[in-house]
Design a binder for this molecule. Sequence first.
Ligand code: BYC
Length: 475
Amino acid sequence: MSIDYSQKIPNNVNLSNDRTLQRALEHWQPHFLDWWREMGPHDFASADVYLRTATGVDAQGWASYGTVKMPDYRWGIFLADAIPERKIGFGDSFGEPVWQQVPGEFRSQFRRLIVTQGDTEPASVEQQHLLGHTCPSLYDLRNLFQVNVEEGRHLWAMVYLLHAHFGRDGREEAEELLARHSGDADKPRILGTFNEPISDWLSFFCFTYFTDRDGKFQLKSLAESSFDPLARTCRFMLTEEAHHMFVGETGIGRVVRRTLEVMKELGTDVAQALRGQGVIDLPLLQRYLNFWFSSSLDLFGSEVSSNAAGSFANGIKGRPDETTQYQDHVCTDATYELPTPDGKGGVQTEKVSLRNAMNEVLRVAYVRDSEIGLKRWNMQIQKAGHDFRLKLPSTRFRRSIGAWANVPTDLEGRIIAREEYQRRLPEWLPTPADRTYVQSLMQRVSTPGKMAGWIAPPDRGINNLGLDYEYVRLN
Ligand code: BYC
C-alpha cells in the first residue's frame, strides 16, 4: 500500500479509518515535536537539509530526495507490505498463521521488547544532539541529520505499535519514551550503550558502525516475529538502517585513508608526529573500536537468558534470517556450548539449551558481520605497506552484562588479575588524553566540498550529486 502524505501523520496503515487511534497519535505528535526541538539536532531547525524521505515501501520507491527543514520532516508510520498467508516461522507454534493482534498471554513480553527497541531510537538522537556543530563537512552533516530523522521515524514505528495494540499502557509507554533521556541521572535510557555520550565524530562513526549494527540484528530477529505488524514494521526499518551502517563503515574508512596519506607524507607512524599533523593515529582508532565494540556486545543481553528462551518459544523474537538460515525452527532438544568463567580463574564449557542461548546466537552472528569492515580497513593499511592491523577485541573483554560481566580479561579474552586489567586499560581504551586530542580536531567545516584535515573525502556524493554540493544550507 502506498504512503498517504496528505494526512497530518503520513502512513500506509489506513489511519483515517480508525479515528480513535488517529486522535491518540495526533495527541502524541506535538509532544514528539517538542522533544525534537529540545533534544534533536541543536541549533539547526532553520537549516535546509538534502534528505531522503520514504514515499513507498517497496524496494524501488521508498526514497525520494529533496531539501527539507528538519522540523518539517514527514515522520510517519510505514509498514512493509504484508506477506499473504504468512505462517509462524519458529517456536512452539511453528507453522500456525501469524497474529494480527497480540495474544493476551504474551502482551507484557511484547510490550517490553517494543519499549526497549523504541527507547534506543530517541536515545541515539539525544546522544548526537550537539554533533552538528563540529561537522567535518556538509556531506557528513547531512548524513548525521539523515540518520537522526530516521531514528525519529523509528520511534514513530514503535509508538504506533504501542498505541495501536497496547491500549492505555501503550500510550503511557509512548509518553515515557520521550521522558527518559540519554545519560540522565534520574531517568536514563534503558540500555547501557545509549547513555554513552557521543561528543566527537570518531565516536559517531564507531556508534553507527557497531551500535547500529546491533540494531540490524535486533530488527532482523523482530522481523521474524509472529506478531505480523511488528515484523512488517521492522522489515521496513531495516531498509533505513543500512544507510546508517554505511555512514559508520565509510566514515572509519575515510579516517584510515587520511591517516595513511599523512603517514606516507611524513614517512612515520609515530603517534606524536601524526597528531602534530592533525590526524588520528591507528592505535588511537583501535582504542575507540575496543570501546564501542565491547559496549555494543552488551546490547545482546546475557549468554544464558530465560527471557530469550521465552521469546523464542512463544514466537515473539526469532533469529536473524530464521526462515532461510536454519533447518530446525523449534529447537526443543538442541543444545549450545558456551565458554564461561569457572570462577577459579579458568574457563569451562557449559552446555545449555539452545533456546536459552539465543542472545549468544545473535551476538555470534553480529561479531561475524562486524569483521567485514575491519577486513576492508585492513586492506587499505596493507596496501599502504604497513604491518599494523585493526582487530576486534575478544567478546569477553570489558563486558558488563552476562557471563563475562566484570571478569577482567585482556583483548584476547585471557582472564588476568584485576590489578593488571586496571593498569593496562589505557592501552586498550581511549585515554583522557586521546579524547582531548580527538575533541581538539572537532572544528566545523561548512564550506561546500571542503573536508576537515583528519578525514578523507568520500568516494562519491549523495544520490549522484557532487561532493561540492551544498548538502546543508545553514541559513
Ligand atoms: N543494558 O535476559 P537478559 C537499535 C537487561 S539497537 C542494560 O540478559 P534479554 C539502534 C534486560 O533488559 C537495537 N540492561 O536479556 C541502534 C533485562 O531487564 P529486565 C535495540 C540490559 O532480556 C543505534 C535484564 O537485563 N533493540 O535499534 O534476553 C541507533 C536481563 O536481560 C542490557 C533491542 O534491543 C544492557 N545492555 O535481552 C538507534 C531489541 N542487556 O527486563 C537504534 C529489543 C540486558 O529484566 N530488546 N539488559 O528489567 C531485546 O531484545 C532484549 O531486551 C535485549 C536483552 C536483547 C536487550
